[in-house]
Design a protein around this ligand. Structure first.
Ligand code: B12
Ligand code: SF4
Length: 510
């Protein structure tokens, strides 16, 4: 059996000059590295956006280098990427972000050209949805789902010096004749999340991430030590929003039933938090669950166990408004759930982000899983209840759905202004950005809101890309920019501007 070494590469980041750049650092590699560790296969994570101890961050992180698309590239040179790749038998490149696709493809092309015999593989929702483009760029295997099991199977085949992947499920692969074989119809998905490997967080360049101080979200307090890490206590979600990558992942799909809500046991979560605290040295933990309150009673029980654990928990991702309210005596009417809000503050939350999405019940119903429209609760009361526990409140809105009228967009912007008056500390406005792998993307292609040759470099929530919309793309961008300017304080705007690509404010967040 051959001794093999696998490199997991996060490509350089690309971003528009008015947006902030954050290193990827997502959980795929800790999980995959953990899976390989469990079968004694060595792996290494190299984040080309921030480099490793052999790279001087000052030489590239804040140095603007413009790409042909007009975007800014942040990361080490191509030569450095090739130098890293030279030491490994196989190289994996994650592609969960469609807007980073060009960088992934570029890495694949340069690596394959220089090292045609090294195995190149990718995974993540974007890779799965755009597999033909990925194969054309030089990839040999595309993983189509959660891959902790499949990566072990592939590693064992490489150890045998073979390239016959015909028995590995949940992948597409190029066979020896160059034909693409689709094995997505078989292969195991873990329903019991306690069977997942313990993530190998130590593979990430944590110290670099902490120095750069650009976590998933939240108010980064000046002077306060930031030692953050991410974890997931569950996977999947009970909802199925049109813009979400898991909403159509059911039994029989290319990925299998990964949309189904699954969770780790309380003991397993405590075990992972203990590792993060004692071994990784984390002080803040971002819970990246798609829906931590997917089973509300379980989440409350779990969070109660974590109170006093010595870590600040944060979540910018998986809390829906419906989880922060509860039924009242008035049929159909919801009121703030103070037990949950108080618990979140006790467990270390400093901030809650309210994803209002839209002020229009029609939009919530058609595009956002009909989660909770504004006619069923008082949003002012909710903000007040959160503020009572001295929590910072962010609010998120989406505008520019394919059929959204000007009046509806205005209603959302006016609602955001009202929420600001009621105490919302910041408001973010996202232009609808249909990405491959989501139902709204398929809808937009079918209904000619997106051209067949759409450009993923344009995928950006500040950019309007849809065609044939009631409000023109140009106007939409203007409305978004103005809403953001009108609904945020100067202090917040300054903070966000200090994070943009090429910002001269080195590694600080003023
Ligand atoms: C955390 C997170 C972020 C963080 C990541 C940093 C961090 N600190 O973790 C940050 C803040 C950077 C971020 C930003 C954005 N995000 Co985000 N994010 C996530 C989130 C919630 C979790 C990612 C994660 O850790 N997943 C857990 C791992 C285990 O799952 P996984 O990545 O799918 O990996 C598994 C498989 O896919 C596969 N796999 C994945 N990669 C690879 C690679 C190889 C080699 C192999 C073999 C297998 C493999 O195996 C893995 C293990 O099972 C996901 C949603 C989600 N549930 O994944 C959204 C998600 C990735 N984000 C999304 C979006 C849209 C964004 C933003 C555009 C949001 C915004 N408006 O700004 C930006 C884009 C950033 C950019 N650089 O371009 C979308 C992407 C959709 C798309 N097609 O592009 C997702 C899918 C959410 C959604 N439901 O729509 N995000
Ligand atoms: S609530 Fe969030 S995770 Fe769940 S389907 Fe909607 S977007 Fe996806």
């Amino acid at each position: 059996m051959k001794n093999i070494r696998i490199l997991f590469l996060y490509p350089p980041e690309q971003s528009w000059s008015d947006t902030m750049v954050k290193p990827n650092g997502s959980l795929a590699y800790p999980y995959l590295g953990g899976a390989l560790r469990d079968i004694n296969v060595e792996s290494y994570v190299y984040d080309a956006c921030v480099g490793n101890d052999d790279d001087n961050l000052d030489n590239f992180f804040n140095k603007i280098s413009e790409l042909p698309s007009g975007m800014i590239r942040t990361g080490v040179s191509d030569e450095r990427i090739l130098e890293m790749a030279s030491n490994y038998d196989a190289i994996g490149i994650t592609s969960i972000f469609s807007q980073q696709e060009t960088q992934v493809l570029n890495c694949a092309k340069i690596i394959k050209k220089k090292f045609p015999n090294k195995l190149l593989f990718s995974g993540g929702v974007n890779a799965k949805s755009r597999s033909s483009i990925f194969f054309a760029a030089g990839f040999d295997i595309i993983f189509t789902s959660e891959s902790e099991i499949a990566i072990q199977q592939v590693a064992k085949i490489i150890q045998k010096n073979s390239n016959d992947f015909s028995k590995v499920g949940k992948i597409y692969f190029k066979n020896k004749d160059g034909k693409i074989i689709d094995n997505s119809h078989f292969g195991e998905i873990l329903m019991d999340l306690d069977k997942l490997p313990i993530p190998a967080w130590e593979l990430l360049p944590n110290k670099r991430y902490w120095k750069i101080r650009r976590p998933h979200g939240g108010k980064v307090q000046q002077g306060k030590e930031l030692r953050y890490a991410s974890m997931m206590t569950s996977r999947g979600c009970p909802f199925s929003c049109s813009y979400c990558h898991i909403s159509e992942e059911i039994k029989g799909s290319k990925s299998g039933a990964i949309g189904k809500f699954r969770f780790k046991s309380d003991d397993r979560v405590i075990e992972e938090l203990t590792i993060l605290k004692n071994k990784i040295g984390a002080k803040q933990v971002f819970i990246e669950d798609d829906s931590i309150f997917g089973m509300k009673r379980r989440a409350i029980r779990l969070l109660k166990r974590i109170v006093g654990f010595g870590l600040d928990l944060m979540d910018v991702n998986g809390i829906n408004i419906i989880h922060l309210v509860k039924k009242s005596n008035k049929p159909g009417w919801m009121v703030p759930d103070e037990e949950v809000i108080e618990l979140l503050s006790e467990v270390g939350f400093k901030e809650i982000v309210l994803p209002f999405e839209s002020a229009n019940p029609r939009i919530i119903k058609k595009w956002c899983s009909n989660k909770l429209a504004l006619d069923r609760f008082n949003s002012e009361d909710l903000i007040k209840a959160i503020k009572k526990y001295k929590l910072y409140v962010g609010t998120n809105y989406m505008i520019g759905f394919p059929d959204e009228s000007r009046k509806e967009i205005e209603a959302t912007v006016n609602f955001a202004k009202k929420m600001q008056q009621h105490g919302s500390d910041h408001s973010n406005f996202y232009l609808v950005m249909p990405v491959p792998g989501t139902p709204i993307f398929d809808y937009c292609i079918k209904n000619k809101h997106l051209p067949l040759d759409y450009n993923p470099d344009r995928f950006q929530w500040t950019k309007a890309n849809l065609l044939n919309t009631p409000v023109t793309p140009y106007e939409l961008e203007k409305i978004r920019d103005k809403a953001w300017n009108d609904c945020n304080s100067e202090k917040f705007k300054q903070l966000r501007r200090s994070w943009i690509a090429g910002s001269t404010s080195k590694f600080t967040t003023k």
